[in-house]
Every structure is written in C-alpha cells, then in structure tokens.
Ligand binder design. Structure first.
Ligand code: PBG
Length: 324
C-alpha cells in the first residue's frame, strides 16, 4: 500500500501516539557508570577534557557510587590510577592495589551495586601499554599471565564481574581458567571483545595517565576499517568463555554492533567512550547543540543498534534526565 492510503505521519501526530509505537526505550537500568579511583586522600581531581569527571580517592568514590546507584544506575566500572607505575604493571595485580581496595570499600558500602573491574595493565605500566614489552613489542603470551592475575585479584576483592580491555589473544580463556581454578567460577567476564584502535580514547588517557610513551596500540587494538574481523574477535571470545561482549567505541561503530547483534544471543554492551562524551560536552558548552537531547539521542541510537547495556560517562546524568 502506498500514498495516499499509507501516511506514516499519522502515528507521529501526538506525543502519546509516538510513545505507543516507540521501538526502543532507554532506561537507567541499561547504563554503567565508569569511575576513576586514585591512590591518596583529599578531593577529587577534575579531568580537564571531561567536564564533571574526576579522579576520586576511595572515600569520595564510595560517595559518588552511592549517588550513581541512587539515580537508578545499577552498575559501575572501575579504573584505577596507582601511586606508582612499573614495567610489569604490578599495581594492577597487587592484592592491596588501588582498584582492589576500592572494590572492597564499594561492596561494603553498597552491596547491591554491581561493581565491574576493568582488567588491563595500561594504567599501571610505566610505558602505558596494555601488556608487557619485549624488544619494544607487547608480548601477548607473557601478558596473559599478568592479566589473569589481575582479574583474579579483582574477583577476590569482590568484583561482581571482570572486564578485560587489553586485546591480547587468549585472555578470556586465561582469565576463565584462573578464576575457575580459584573457586570463582561464578564471576562473569564482560569481554571488550571488539575494541578499536580509536582516536576517541584521548580524554580517557588524560584521565588515566595511560598514553603510551612510545608507539601506539595498533598492534593489538583493531583497525577501524575492519568489520568482519570484529565478528571473529567476538565469536572467539564467546568460545573462550566470555559471558557478555562489548563493542568500543559506540556511535562510530553502530554497524558493527548491529551485525554482532545478529550473530549472537549473548548480552551485548557498547562503550560510549571518553571522546564521544567530550565532544557532546564541548559542543553543548558552546551552545552549538542541545547537550541533553544529543546525549539521549546518542544513547538511544546505541540501544537501537543492538546494545543491551551502555557504558557511558553520562550514566548518572542520563538516569536523572530519564526519571525527572
Ligand atoms: C584500557 C582502556 C581504555 C579505555 C577503556 N579501557 C583506553 C585505551 O585503550 O587506551 C578507553 C575508554 C574511554 O575512552 O572512555 N585499556
């Protein structure tokens, strides 16, 4: 049936009609708030390129996580900024490391908040790479053991899930076997299965102080030009035992997310990354766009493309917008 019998505008006429036929609903329960925790005491340190985001000492982190949870956001993902870094990233798998202590404090204060630990070495290595270096290159297999140790220490500290973001081959299997070998077979793995070597991570690297001192991450993160390869990465991680998969960044890679949605019934997350957040903040602050509308539109589009969950620096703010 064609025009004039068909008029698609009929169902757009009023807000109530539009709401009845809306296909995608964004809910606070879909969101995960990233938080940066730093060693030391005192006040939060603002991140210049990410308005409203701070590197928080543990006491302030516990308070902020409570506010995030009260806004209706069920989960946080934690990034640690240690006092010292070294070649082997030993702060990442220190039982008394910053993230391990933060997890304990969060679970004690907010037992119902889902605490996810980002599992990577890059915030802890002096060179800023996500694994250990050998002859200037990131050594995949030598890194696996340290990444598995990191995940194990996070799960032992009480993390509800671990989320490897390093992009080493075989890390999901290595983590699963380390967890299972320690009686932690119930701890899920949220794998950053499809993680691109993206220019949109710039503000995060300022926040975490994790810009590689030499080279870049293109030897392990994916080439932005590749879509089919993303399916191979994702299916490999599922086979290794990943419980949930993540695509990162989000908006520039909605095609990848939609393709993956068709290929798996596993829960899918998308990471609306720091650069995506900073662009919206900057344009909004300049009065060039309506920040709130553009942010909610971006997050809705990520769900429409197939994400069940969205990691976003907007989580708390968006939850407040959605419920006010
Ligand atoms: C660590 C990690 C990164 C991000 C999440 N985990 C940075 C990177 O790979 O350089 C980026 C998140 C963001 O930009 O918001 N491997």
């Amino acid at each position: 049936m064609a025009f004039p019998a068909t008029r698609l505008r009929r169902l757009r006429r009023t807000g109530a009609l539009r709401e009845m036929v809306r296909e995608t609903t964004l809910r606070p329960a879909d969101l995960i708030q990233p938080l940066f925790v730093r060693a030391g005491e005192g006040a939060g340190e603002p991140v210049a390129s990410m308005p409203g985001v701070e590197r928080l000492p543990i006491s302030a982190l516990v308070e902020e996580a409570g506010a995030v949870h009260a806004a209706g956001v069920p989960a946080v993902i934690l990034f640690g900024i240690p006092a010292d870094k070294d070649e082997a990233g030993s702060g990442a798998y220190d039982e008394e490391g910053i993230v391990q202590l933060a997890i304990q404090a969060l679970k004690e204060a907010h037992p119902d908040l889902v605490v996810i630990a980002d599992t990577c070495l890059c915030e802890y290595t002096s060179h800023g790479h996500c694994g250990v270096l050998r002859d200037g290159d990131v050594d995949n297999d030598a890194s696996l053991e340290l990444i598995a140790r990191t995940a194990l220490s996070q799960a032992r500290a009480g993390a509800d899930a671990v989320a490897p973001s390093d992009m080493m081959d075989g890390r999901v299997a290595a983590i699963r076997s380390a967890l299972d070998g320690d009686g932690l077979s119930s701890t899920p793995i949220l794998s950053y299965a499809v993680k691109y070597a993206s220019a949109f991570y710039g503000p995060f690297r300022e926040a975490a102080g994790s810009t590689p001192s030499e080279g870049d991450r293109r030897g392990y993160q994916m080439d932005p030009a590749n879509g089919r390869e993303a399916m191979r990465e994702a299916l490999a991680d599922l086979e290794e035992g990943a419980d949930m998969l993540m695509v990162k960044p989000a908006v520039p890679y909605l095609d990848v997310l939609a393709r993956l949605r068709d290929r798996t019934d596993a829960p899918l997350a998308a990471y609306h990354v720091s650069g995506e957040f900073s662009m919206l903040k900057a344009a909004g602050a300049n009065g060039w766009i309506d920040e709130r509308a553009a942010a909610l539109e971006s997050l809705t589009a990520i769900k429409r493309a197939g994400a069940d969950l969205i990691v976003t620096y907007y989580a708390k703010e968006a939850a407040e917008w959605l419920t006010k």
